[in-house]
Design a protein around this ligand. Structure first.
Ligand code: ZN
Ligand code: ZN
Length: 152
């Protein structure tokens, strides 16, 4: 099935309207970019959107990202030691696995399937909505590099 740009645009606009936000050109461009490149930093989003909409400012991009995150349309994720990353796969409580050597980052489906998938032993009276889990390890490529280093 081929999809026309107009149909794609309407589908994006529909998702923006569904969370109660007004549809604007920068919002459409940001959502489209995050669909194509998950786990992008604000700078990466800015770089991609500016190609499409040359007049866009960094502040405008930050504004769109925070409005999307507040509305639950986009998920903000803060990996240790790197800038915040954004993705349009939101609301499914998925987790991330990060390679400690090269920084490769992938999605991991939620183990249980529903937020919060982990139950703290003591909530200190909080009502808990979500558990953010980051698994760390070595990706397949880095395991190979390590094995080669050990063999040499
Ligand atoms: Zn790696
Ligand atoms: Zn993700």
């Amino acid at each position: 099935m081929t999809s026309s740009p107009l149909v794609d645009r309407e589908a994006l606009a529909e998702r923006i309207r569904a969370v109660g936000l007004k549809v604007t050109a920068p919002r459409l461009a940001v959502l489209k970019m995050l669909d194509q490149a998950a786990h992008s930093s604000a700078d990466q989003v800015f770089g991609a959107v500016r190609e499409e909409l040359p007049g866009t400012s960094t502040q405008a991009i930050y504004g769109v990202l925070s409005a999307f995150a507040a509305a639950g349309l986009v998920r903000r994720f803060d990996p240790a030691g790197s800038p915040a990353l954004y993705e349009s796969r939101a609301g499914d409580n998925h987790h991330h696995v990060v390679c400690v050597r090269c920084g490769d980052l992938r999605d991991v489906d939620c183990v249980i399937g529903e937020a919060p998938c982990l139950t703290p032993s003591d909530t200190s009276g909080f009502s808990v909505f979500a558990a953010e889990v980051t698994f760390t390890g070595l990706c397949a490529d880095c395991q190979k590099v390590n094995a080669e280093l050990e063999a040499s």
